[in-house]
Design a protein around this ligand. Structure first.
Ligand SMILES: Nc1ncnc2c1ncn2[C@@H]1O[C@H](COP(=O)(O)OP(=O)(O)OP(=O)(O)O)[C@@H](O)[C@H]1O
Ligand SMILES: Nc1ccn([C@H]2C[C@H](O)[C@@H](COP(=O)(O)O)O2)c(=O)n1
Length: 223
């Protein structure tokens, strides 16, 4: 008898829509593993900055990506044994990650790594192409979004809480540009595919978003 595949819930959406917050909590409620795929692209950007690499050099970026050792431990992200958690969450790293993520060779290297997170009893994965490319057979796919001004408010508040000063107009512009780059690149663009359930959290708390997704999952998994 063949083994049942490890179930996956894929949550994709634009920056600061709340994917990470919601996906992590859904995983915790279910007792499943969690993959923040954006963190992997961010780590490539941090590795490139550490090595002084140009973000135009796809070949060197892909080599760096293949060679880097990563670990998520104690709520921190470790890159080649050094804590990269603070660099990881800056807006500059997010923008650089969006640039390196447009390279097919970088995406190919990260594909295998991402699939390696799929372990029993299940995986909740968030990103831009979780349902379309990395886990196309996911049992539940969600496109989670919110209006740009709402996302900008959330990101601004989040940055200020972390002591990272940012001007609101700059946050709006950074998100707008990042959305555009992530949605218009030729490989694995951010898109609401028809097999993903649409969830607009503009007027919704994170708790309500988590409850909605758990409800969808129960409906899907009932015999
Ligand atoms: N429904 C919600 N209502 C209000 N705030 C929310 C909601 N969902 C998430 N947030 C807050 O918005 C901020 C951004 O959320 P989060 O980092 O999870 O977004 P993200 O989509 O994973 O972003 P990125 O793709 O840039 O990593 C966080 O501070 C989070 O607590
Ligand atoms: N599956 C993914 C995840 C992330 N990216 C790129 C695009 C984002 O702008 C950047 C940072 O991601 P975030 O941490 O903000 O979710 O990484 C991608 O292309 N595919």
């Amino acid at each position: 008898m063949s083994e049942a595949p490890v179930p996956v819930i894929a949550i994709d959406g634009p920056s600061a829509s709340g994917k990470g917050t919601v996906a992590e909590r859904v995983a915790r409620e279910l007792g499943w593993h969690y993959l923040d795929s954006g963190a992997l692209y961010r780590l490539v950007a941090v590795a490139a900055a550490r090595a002084g690499l140009s973000l135009d050099d796809e070949g060197r970026l892909a080599e760096t990506c293949a060679a880097m050792t990563i670990e998520f431990r104690d709520g921190k992200a470790w890159l080649d044994g050094i804590d990269a958690s603070e660099d990881l969450r800056s807006e500059a790293t997010g923008i650089a990650a969006s640039k390196v993520a447009a390279y097919p060779r970088v995406r190919t290297v990260l594909l295998t790594r991402q699939r390696g997170f799929r372990r029993l009893p299940g995986l909740v994965a968030d990103g831009r192409d979780m349902g379309s490319v990395v886990f196309p057979e996911a049992r539940l796919k969600v496109f989670l979004t919110a209006a740009l001004p709402v996302r900008a408010e959330r990101r601004h508040k989040q940055l200020m809480e972390k002591g990272m000063y940012a001007k609101m107009p700059d946050v709006v512009e950074d998100l707008r540009r990042r959305d555009e780059r992530d949605a218009t690149r030729p490989v694995a663009p951010l898109r609401h595919y028809s097999d993903a359930l649409f969830l607009d959290t503009s007027g919704m708390t994170a708790d309500a978003a988590v409850a909605t997704i758990l409800g969808w999952w129960r409906e899907r998994s009932e015999p």
